[in-house]
Ligand binder design. Structure first.
Ligand code: GDP
Ligand code: ZN
Length: 392
């Protein structure tokens, strides 16, 4: 049987203490937060412990009040006081809506509060904290300090472009990830869809594709021709929503799809993510046309995401354009599992461990030749497989 080398785990030299500590921390975070480890006994135990902590009735000072007198909690209730800060503060929970250096903005009931990150988290904030995270924080007078990140339900993540062994969570606790494409300026790139679908499926959220700038196409024929490029994905059961932020086409359907859910918009810069968000919620004023934003130090490329609350219980996390969408720690052997449309054909492969690349009597390649399986899907599979083999 053919054996392929699995990708090696990162190794660090003992000399690099900070690096090692960071690795250890991010590994721990990964272990505890990965939704695909939900069945792992240790992770489950830790989750149960946290859930238990959440459920425990408050002792001592009781519940945190906001200025308006409402209970200061997003949805998970109030945590118990703990350790040395018991006497001076109590804990509340909320959802991270924006992150900046050393602090994050937390939505807590109707209030958005700035929370300072403790120094160990601040040092690793890009690795450990994401927009959409639910957090527990303590309040002392007018200042708020983040205590813990609560377990994540889902994530959308990718490898750190600079250090591919580290995971970067783009958004946490999302119900659906909407991959936004445009039909022109930039042109439709169906080949990107496959990667996003895999990343979304791995993180546990639902997926949809929004095809924006339909107003730039003239006539039914051109519209049908463009949308036909996405037919293999529609056949997978994926929602494909043609729309235009400019004319409003398709926005009602998008609104219905997102109602009462937390969504993340992903896709290349310039496809219209912010424009769609603004069209869904006029007056929201998300940055558009903005590859760069003003900062105190001059113009710089934005790398920040923000969570916006819309009507009908919709929450949207708008992400900056993502040029490269790597697949974090996916091995070549695991890849086929994310191509559900291959499954029935793979049953006819001669070899049980057939990679569907070059093997004789491959059911998947035979299905492509017979026109029963999309050639574009098989090409996407080969392309992604080759990129995994080369360590991209
Ligand atoms: P983002 O980088 O994905 O957030 O894209 P933006 O929302 O900033 O939009 C990029 C550019 O595309 C801007 O100049 C928008 O005015 C334009 N744009 C966005 N949506 C549409 C649309 O539906 N039709 C047309 N014609 N232009 C659009
Ligand atoms: Zn095969």
């Amino acid at each position: 049987m053919r054996k392929r080398p699995r990708r090696r785990r990162p190794k660090r030299s003992g000399a690099n203490g900070a690096g090692q500590r960071r690795q250890k921390l991010s590994r721990r975070v990964r272990e505890l937060y990965r939704p695909d480890l939900a069945d792992d006994p240790e992770a489950a135990e830790w989750h149960a412990e946290l859930e238990g902590e959440l459920a425990r009735p408050g002792r001592g000072r009781g519940r945190q009040k906001t200025r308006s007198g409402e209970r200061a909690s997003d949805e998970a209730g109030v945590l118990d006081e703990r350790d040395d800060e018991q006497a001076t503060g109590s804990e509340s929970t909320g959802r991270v809506i924006a992150i900046s250096s050393g602090s994050c903005r937390v939505q807590c009931g109707e209030e958005a509060l700035d929370c300072v990150l403790p120094s160990d988290l601040a040092r690793n904030q890009r690795a450990v904290l994401a927009v959409g995270d639910r957090v527990a924080f303590a309040t002392h007078g007018a200042s708020h300090r983040l205590r813990r990140i609560l377990p994540r339900r889902t994530v959308l993540s990718r490898p750190d472009p600079r250090n591919p062994r580290d995971e970067r969570v783009i958004a946490a606790n999302i119900d659906i990830a909407v991959h936004v494409e445009s039909v022109a300026q930039p042109p439709l790139r169906p080949a990107l869809v496959d990667r996003y679908l895999i990343a979304i499926a791995r993180g546990g959220a639902d997926a949809a594709v929004c095809v924006n700038k339909m107003d730039l196409l003239s006539g039914t024929e051109e519209r049908l021709r463009e949308l036909a490029k996405l037919a293999p994905y529609r056949a997978l059961g994926l929602s494909i929503l043609p729309c235009s932020a400019k004319t409003g086409e398709g926005l009602d359907d998008l609104h219905k799809l997102l109602a009462k859910r937390t969504a993340v918009f992903v896709g290349h810069s310039g496809v219209g993510k912010s424009s769609i968000l603004n069209a869904l919620a006029p007056g929201l004023d998300a940055d558009t046309g903005a590859v760069t934003r003003r900062s105190g130090t001059g113009r710089h490329t934005t790398t920040r995401s923000s969570l916006y609350r819309l009507e009908d219980g919709i929450r949207v996390i708008d992400t900056p354009g993502i040029r490269e969408f790597g697949l974090w720690q996916l091995t070549e052997d695991e890849l086929a599992a994310y191509f559900a449309d291959f499954e029935e054909h793979a049953a006819r492969c001669r070899f049980r461990d057939c990679a569907h690349t070059h093997e004789p009597d491959c059911g998947v390649r035979a299905a492509v030749e017979a026109g029963e399986l999309s050639a574009a899907r098989h090409e996407a599979y080969l392309r992604i497989r080759a990129s995994l083999a080369s360590g991209d």
